[in-house]
Design a protein around this ligand. Structure first.
Ligand SMILES: [Zn+2]
Length: 135
């Protein structure tokens, strides 16, 4: 683990670790780190603001911006130049749950990333407002 790079929190571990042009033999490839894929997932798939996505990954907004730019360029290069995209590596820790807190009773709980956001508090059943990433 490199010393100068801060650990980045990611919400999923990619199970598919290789994409490539159909019908070609795996030659040149582009490597993309798990935290870079996470940046694309949060910004381009989930549609989060950079500030919020950065917070979820435990990094600064400028760092998130840089990671996202690098990640997008790698994906673009793989598609445009017909290269295999390999996903793996990077300095990251897996955080598979989202934290929620009820604004009425202050009860906190976790929900898996792939689980839909809860509509009501699991404790008092009052309506849940905004997700609260308490980190
Ligand atoms: Zn509650």
């Amino acid at each position: 683990m490199s010393r100068h790079r801060r650990c980045r929190r990611v919400g999923f571990q990619p199970h598919i670790t290789s994409f490539g042009p159909v019908g070609t033999i795996d030659l040149a490839n582009v490597s993309i780190a798990v935290d870079e894929i996470e940046a694309i997932r949060l910004k381009d798939l989930e549609g989060l603001e950079q500030e919020k996505a950065a917070k979820m990954m435990g990094i600064s907004q400028p760092t998130f911006h840089r990671v996202l730019e690098i990640a997008r360029k790698k994906v673009a290069r793989a598609i445009v130049e017909g290269k295999v995209l390999r996903i793996g590596g990077g300095v990251y820790e897996l955080k598979e749950n989202k934290d929620y807190v009820c604004y009425d009773c202050n009860y906190g709980w976790e929900v898996g990333y792939s689980t839909p956001s809860p509509m009501v508090c699991v404790n008092c059943e009052s309506k849940v407002g905004d997700k609260n990433e308490r980190r």
